[in-house]
Write a protein that binds this ligand. Structure first.
Ligand code: MG
Length: 271
């Protein structure tokens, strides 16, 4: 009888031990009592796995999923930023597009919402003795919300040893945010912008639900860090938001008298 009781007790204990996961097994005599101890794998997330994107050969080269907006060949992705959206008339030569100040701003045919964008520009070496806002002025409008300079401008300007108001120098969100650094290169050298743009979100009544955000890197240097915009960038007065869903990207043909700047290697990844 005693033998049977012992056998049943042994089997019960054995079953109990097998049935419980390792972490919940009764502690050995004398050991510290075990709790539900967190395990490394408790906080591992395996799905969804990020999509595979084949990067370019260098960080400036378009990754496999980018939309190439200008690769040096033609202006097929661009129109003049007027009512008629007539063909873009800037000059394309030697793999570079150069502003034609007579024909005005150009913008992409496509509209975008949230994105990562890469762009390269060059202030001409012969920019001359022009100063302030009159020296190599252009602009990257992160969303073009209308004709002229309507939208949200990341300033392009020759800010290499060229003083102007800080919230209007290269890398500023025009008249809203001073860049965190002046990373400008000399005229004649190619420079890059890498930008992450989060479009503003509007309520059905047109009020702002969430502002636009911009993070920007100029020649490898962080110049805007998740800056919350106050509205569209304006020359005079206070910024205001105007509801929109998606918008073209616009490049500025500025009316200053200095020789026109050039662009190359522009691509975008929708987010
Ligand atoms: Mg400008």
């Amino acid at each position: 009888m005693t033998q049977i009781v012992r056998t049943i007790a042994f089997l019960s204990l054995a079953w109990y031990g097998l049935a419980l996961p390792a972490a919940q097994q009764a502690p050995a005599p004398g050991a510290a009592p075990q709790t539900n101890k967190p395990r490394p794998q408790d906080t591992e997330v395996w799905e969804p796995a990020p999509k595979v994107v084949t990067p370019g050969s260098t960080n400036g080269v378009a990754p496999a999923d980018a939309i190439v907006l200008f690769d040096g060949g033609n202006l097929d992705q661009w129109v003049t930023a007027n009512k008629e959206k007539s063909p873009a008339r800037w000059v394309v030569a030697d793999g570079v597009m150069t502003v034609d100040k007579k024909t005005g701003n150009i913008e992409t045919k496509r509209s975008f919402r949230n994105y990562q964008l890469h762009l390269e520009y060059r202030i001409p070496e012969n920019v001359g003795s022009f100063t302030g806002q009159s020296r190599g002025n252009s602009g990257l409008f992160l969303a073009s919300t209308g004709p002229g300079d309507a939208g949200y401008e990341l300033q392009i300007l020759d800010s290499y040893e060229n003083k102007t108001y800080a919230n209007g120098q290269a890398g500023s969100i025009y008249k809203q945010s001073i860049p965190l650094a002046n990373a400008s290169k000399k005229p004649g050298e190619w420079q890059s912008y890498d930008v992450v743009w989060t479009a503003p979100v509007f309520n059905p009544d047109g009020t702002v639900k969430a502002p636009a955000y911009v993070t920007a890197i100029h020649n490898g240097v962080l110049i805007q860090n998740h800056f919350a915009l106050k509205g569209e960038t304006v020359y005079i007065g206070a910024p205001q938001y105007k509801p929109f869903e998606s918008a073209p990207i616009k490049l500025q043909s500025h009316g200053d008298p200095s020789p026109p700047i050039s662009f190359r290697n522009i691509w975008i990844r929708e987010l």
